[in-house]
Design a protein around this ligand. Sequence first.
Ligand code: SF4
Length: 455
Amino acid sequence: MLREISTAEKEQLHSIPELEIQARWFGGEFGRQFTSTDGEPVEIVQFGHWNHGAGPDFTETAVKVGDEIRRGSIEIDLSVDSWEGHGHGSNPGFNNVVLHVFLQGLKDGEGRFFTRSEDHQSIPQVQIDLQQLADSKPVPLTIPEARLGRCATPLADMREDDVASLLVAAAQFRLQQKLQRLQKIAETHDSEQALFQSLAEALGFRHNKVPMAVLTQRFPLAMLKKESSSKREALLFGAAGFIDFEKLEESEDPDSKAYVKELWEEWWKMRSEFEPETDRALQWKLAATRPTNHPQRRLGALAGLLDSWSAFAKTALDFESNDWDVRSRKLLAAVDHSFWKTNYTLKSKPSAKPLVLIGKDRVRDILGNILFPMAVAASPVKSWKKYAELPAVDSNESLRRAMLRLFGNDLVRRKQFSSKYFEQQALLQIYKDFCLEDASECANCPFPEQLAQWG
Ligand code: SF4
């Protein structure tokens, strides 16, 4: 029998922090079966993952609404109208939300709040039952960011050699996929353009890959190489939408002002020909971007690289030589620019110390994701040997999730099978091919059964 919740207890429940509600939701305390505010049955098939960046609270979820499985994100708010209060309804980053969960509705007499995305889609709502909240016990806020997968048990039972050979196969498959993409660009254009576009995408990592790629397609390498350094730079920054002369006066730093003025003096002459129409303007993502990764700075790195392009391309594509990788790494790490080596954006004050334009992890990713796939195609045995020796890079969200799902709390195996770059790439491939394709909380994933056949 349900007990009565007193007004004082209600107030207490409504003051529970949002983070705790989210943790209790993810911990499964409120169950999987709900009824939406429209009366439809809602089942959480897959709780997904905690999102540590900007955007909805849980990503990669699967929610059954009526008979339809919807894949996307879940947002949890204390109050239903926080959706608007927090600006989610006008933020395209929330367009993939498939369920809005909340604790408190509108007050009596205030009507009903409908959750709508920026692209005007109606999003199903579920209100957490206060009675259930009152009766559930608070969980410690130490819930892992990903759940253990069904494949963790067969993987734990596999011999080390078999796990190692599985990762080699997954990494080689990933190299092939990356190579195929590069080859497609090279077939349509040429191999230097493929290298140029891929490098720009790598510099746009992780939120601005697409605008960087589009910029290199609108202004291909062959065209940029014919221009002077200053004109090339003005073209890239102007067409990117970064040169805004009207706002120049807002900058407090004289060097920044002088640099934008230089760009502007070239750009205004080309503006009418190359400035994209408003509806074709590049959409840069600035939120949740570290200052060193600001797209203006990344574009500055690309401009710096273009200044030494011939020497770089000659070295980077010289796969017959024994040390192309060492020399390419050095050239990338040495990319320089008089303004961008000390500035984060066009308006920021300079940093006290010079900053590298292409950091070591980015250099390793450029080698691992672009140059080595090409090299392995040119000389498979020699290049694979070198590739397999590349040390690991800093972990990222997808890699952490992959390791948690595949190896759980087995710290020894987690470390053992992620100490090399190729092993990290292999885990990311498994995560992409299986975890991201799954909408059944592992139940229908074929990977555990495939593991039984391995070796
Ligand atoms: S979806 Fe598949 S690969 Fe991913 S954790 Fe579950 S069983 Fe493992």
